[in-house]
Design a protein. Structure first.
Length: 168
């Protein structure tokens, strides 16, 4: 029987026994807190085509943070990314093998999340993030294509909805 003071156990989402500081590529998804759609602005629509989308003020902050990852971590590269209304997809690659001070994927993503929240002036992100260890070239190519086409798929799926993109 659970006592009322006992907190629920969080599900472990990292692959146990895997060293996330070793060379490799990772598919990362980071979601906005409460899945609020704060990273895109809608800039109009017409009958024939859906809304054009541009990054919001917060989307530009995220873009800058992602683009600066490689500047802060010499063995880390962001190979591909896409900023969606309420989440971000990235392929992050770690190169040159394990070195003593190699950052883990969690450290890199955590630093990016903290910087974005500080710049935005409020907590932007949900706790944790989703990761997938990319296992081979085919896996990498499929994920690359998914990230490449995700904005188009989102627009296609949502273009008939009249809901306003929520800002903060």
């Amino acid at each position: 029987m659970k006592s009322e003071n006992e907190f629920p156990k969080r599900k472990k989402i990292r692959l146990q026994e895997y060293d996330y500081s070793t060379s490799g590529s990772y598919f990362i998804t980071v979601c906005v807190k409460d899945r609020k759609r704060i990273l895109w602005d809608s800039v109009g629509a017409d009958i024939i085509r859906p809304n054009s989308i541009r990054l919001s003020e917060y989307g530009f902050i995220v873009e800058k943070a992602v683009e600066n990852i490689a500047k802060h971590y010499e063995n880390i590269a962001v190979d591909k990314f896409s900023i969606m209304p309420d989440h971000v997809h990235l392929i992050i690659s770690s190169t040159d093998g394990r070195i003593i001070s190699a950052p883990t994927v969690s450290r890199v993503v955590g630093q990016m999340k903290r910087w974005v929240s500080k710049e935005a002036g409020f907590p932007v992100w949900q706790k944790s993030f989703f990761d997938h260890i990319i296992r081979n070239e085919n896996d990498y190519a499929e994920i690359w294509q998914y990230i490449e086409h995700n904005p188009e798929m989102w627009i296609e799926k949502h273009h008939n909805q009249t809901e306003r993109l929520e800002i903060k």
